[in-house]
Ligand binder design. Sequence first.
Ligand code: PLP
Length: 425
Amino acid sequence: MNILEFEVKNNELIIGGVSVSSLVKEYKTPLYVMDEDVIRNNCNRLKYSFSSSLFDTEIIYASKAFLTKEMVKLIDEEGLSLDVVSLGECYTAIQAGLNPSRIYFHGNNKSEEELVFALKHHVGTIVIDNLDEFLLLQSLAKDYYPSLLLRINTGVEAHTHEYIKTTTHNSKFGVSILSESTYDLIERVASSNFPFLGFHGHIGSQIFETSSFKEHVDEMMKYTLNAEKRLNIKVTVLNLGGGFGVKYTSEDHNQPIEDFMKVIIESAEEKQEELGLGIKKLLIEPGRFIVAEAGVTLYQVGSTKKTYSGMNYVFVDGSMADHIRTALYQATYSASLANKMNETEDTLYTIAGKACESGDMIIKNIYLPKVCKNDIIAVFTTGAYHYSMASNYNRLLKPAVVFVSKGNSRTVVKRETLEDLLRND
Ligand SMILES: *Cc1c(COP(=O)(O)O)cnc(C)c1O
């Protein structure tokens, strides 16, 4: 089902003005296609809606959702900052020419190598996860002191999958606001040589309830007041994380991003006044929202199989190696038979990959027109956590990534080759 209302011409799906048959012909399959204009439009919607007369605001793209050098350039052109969680992401950003002052370095176990790299390249902000990490950073910094945020858990429950919930008091990320030791950590950070900005909190991912964000903002601000009073410190920045839900199937209600931004801004303005806080700047870190709906994965059908018990399989030329979220999170997707868009979707199929793993499913139970060999299957909403989670399981080659815009297409990541596969053996 074409839930995102893509253009259809001559019975064929069109992505960013380019027909799927021409994409498949030029770039082969499996193929990650990203509509650049959708990404830019999402950035603009955030820029317009995440603004306040009371606070400065900054939008930080969570690069783990999808990162390549071209993506860094796009983010740079759109004026967003970048959140990285590893040496590899940080290196990619710097190699692509992003000003390191716009990088936020995250992670619950940053290595010495990563911290040294961040210091050497003058990464703007490090988000401190725990005391060990802060002590390590303190021992490494000699002449450059990045700004620091401290990641805290307020315990706000986001209604989402267990694996993508992050702010509980047993989370592996950050420190709990209920721990006495958290005050000690804040005190050390705030009285160090590093500029201490404030707190970071991220409640989870693929969240649809705006009320979760109101609760999150309220709790972050209440804790800010509490910490300021108790420790006689000043907090000027709050980073509220990401997690805004996108549409994978018709069952996902499509909460406009503007609604989330309105709730965050209004709650923050209200609470700032009520508590008499002096917060100057609010940050958000969306990943999925910016890229998910811009991405479509194209596959070709190799064969179909009807099982003894009556299941109808469609086998595609990709797998869990390029599409892991179904196996990992029981995530659901929608898809279309992209070369037969006008035909009736009357046959129930399960789309499976080619990996040697029974859990290698792309979509369980989806109605499609009758599928034949070489038909093109388009799986929607695959721009986030697909290319970035791709592996070489079964020694499968990672697909190419193509950007499309206004009728043109260009390779931003080449398809892997057999030589690539052996490079480090
Ligand atoms: C993953 C993550 C994000 C982005 O989450 P989305 O659901 O992709 O918006 C933001 N901040 C942190 C700290 C994260 O770990």
